[in-house]
Design a protein around this ligand. Structure first.
Ligand SMILES: *Cc1c(COP(=O)(O)O)cnc(C)c1O
Length: 489
């Protein structure tokens, strides 16, 4: 598999990259991304072969089919990361919660959010590639809560990679903040800033444009890479769990092999949904991919109306903060795949210049053959959480948004897999309010309350956070970020 550019080639970038090159330098011409130049199509025989496989065996075979330029020993090493999940044989269990409704729980890794599914193996691969080339990399991350902990955990103590992670002080949950500030490794720097997530992101962009910063990187012979889902290295590992979840449905007798199902994805930057799209292209029998949004429903609007319009929009903070986004990066890879580089470049230029683009009716029809979408506000999501709880299932705020398209956008009575992207423990104050009418609790109190009232246990790794010493106390003004990062590298 090779990678080509979503906005075409500007003559200064290589026009085609291998997987390892695309991982190490993920930015393409004209501000575009790298996308696969083709995907293997795996028929029913492949699925049948893996009916009895554990997750690692399935993953190994899929990655082999991608024909990546990674040694098989490295792939094996990367996949061993799932040993740290609750059940190494089945890191993403699929749970039946209704007649035709299943939840694929993607949050059983070290930071209790689905980002671990891809970032854990990705950390192993990036560090190994850097070591093989005797190069050193810096990863800059700005986080509103989930990406930060998962990125730090993925690179903790890994050779040849440093991570600087910016978070808005006071803008994350206690659990998320503690997951970051208790990380203690010399290659990690966690920086709280006085400001919101936008400030953190703006600071990061400013840093990338700073001459002093770039000069220092050169002097230190450091390269920049990225660990967000613009990096295809993450997407590769996100295709796998869609195959796994489908096979689980077959194993549980919900569908015959080859039968179709809906996948229902709570979406923000569209990495999870893109993995589902690629899986569908590779022959996984999916009826449609349902996209769930919260009040920041740019993606649902695009799929419903063909218009991506952020002219009048401002970001609304919701109880599903990992989906609070206006510019969703990975939809670009879908546009590229469906409509080609020239059209994608045109659409992305319109978005940059006018905060708006519109698909043609024909283009919209093609998009709607693959995707359906709907969104819900916080109150509706909390009502879904209550209803699921009454039926014996505890879910987080992101997962809950999936009920909306499940109810409104299925055209056939086929089994549906909802993707659960975070454990309830990450958003416990909201859940305490939704389920027990207890408002204003701290994370620690809310965790205890829910554990007692719902009869569940708080995982060791979350509980331990409240006793761990803070290793990364730094909180600074926006204006001091560059200096802090320079000192770190
Ligand atoms: C990152 C995240 C999402 C959004 O996933 P995308 O791949 O960016 O669409 C949804 N829920 C949670 C809990 C997340 O951490």
């Amino acid at each position: 598999m090779y990678f080509i550019e979503t906005r075409g080639n500007d003559g200064h970038h290589p026009s085609r990259l291998s997987f390892s090159q695309a991982i190490l330098s993920p930015l393409a011409s004209f501000g575009g991304l790298f996308a696969p130049d083709g995907l293997p199509v795996l028929g029913e025989a492949f699925l049948r072969k893996h009916l009895e496989s554990g997750y690692q065996a399935l993953a190994r075979d899929l990655l082999k089919a991608f024909d990546l330029d990674l040694e098989s020993a490295l792939i094996d090493e990367a996949l061993r990361c799932y040993a740290s999940f609750d059940n190494p044989q089945n890191p993403a269990p699929v749970v039946k919660i209704g007649d035709d409704l299943f939840v694929s729980e993607l949050y059983h890794g070290p930071t209790r959010a689905f980002k671990d599914m891809a970032l854990q193996p990705f950390g192993v691969v990036l560090s190994a590639l850097a070591r093989q080339r005797d190069e050193r990399y810096l990863i800059l991350a700005a986080t509103s809560g989930d990406t930060g902990p998962a990125t730090l955990e993925a690179f903790k103590g890994r050779a040849n990679v440093k991570v600087a992670c910016l978070y808005p002080h006071g803008g994350t949950s206690d659990v998320q903040r503690l997951q970051m500030v208790t990380e203690d490794a010399p290659n990690l720097k966690v920086i709280g800033i006085r400001g919101d997530f936008d400030d953190a992101q703006t600071a990061l962009k400013h840093l990338l444009g700073s001459t002093a910063f770039k000069a220092r990187l050169r002097e230190k012979q450091m390269h920049l890479s990225a660990a967000n889902s613009v990096n295809f290295g993450r997407i590769a590992f996100q295709i796998i769990y869609h195959f796994h979840s489908y096979l689980e449905l077959v194993r549980q007798g919900a569908i015959p092999l080859g039968g179709k199902a809906y996948l229902d994805v709570p979406s923000g930057n569209f990495g999870n949904a893109l993995g589902a799209y690629y899986a569908m292209k590779m022959g996984l029998p999916i009826e449609k991919i349902l996209i769930a949004s919260n009040r920041n429903h740019v993606l649902a609007d695009l799929i419903e109306t063909g218009r991506y319009d952020i002219r009048q929009r401002t970001l609304v903070p919701t109880s599903a903060p990992a989906m609070d986004i206006l510019k969703s990066s990975n939809i670009e890879r879908v546009l590229f795949d469906l409509f080609g580089a020239e059209r994608t470049r045109e659409l992305m230029r319109q978005l940059d210049e006018r905060n708006y683009y519109a698909l043609t009716p024909e283009e919209l029809a093609r998009l709607q053959e693959i995707f359906g979408a709907d969104w819900c506000d916080d109150e509706t999501a909390l009502a879904y959480i209550r209803k699921a709880y009454e039926n014996g299932y505890l879910m987080d705020t992101h997962t809950a948004t999936c009920f909306k398209p499940y109810e409104s956008r299925r055209e056939k009575a086929l089994p549906t897999i909802i993707y659960s992207t975070a454990e309830w423990t990450k958003f416990s104050p909201t859940l305490a309010r939704a389920l027990f009418n207890e408002a204003g609790l701290s994370d620690e109190k809310a965790l205890r309350l829910i554990a007692v009232r719902a009869g569940v246990s708080v995982p060791e790794r979350i509980q331990a956070l409240f006793e761990k010493p803070v290793a990364q106390p730094l909180v600074i003004e926006k204006t001091d970020i560059e200096q802090a990062v320079l000192e770190f590298i």
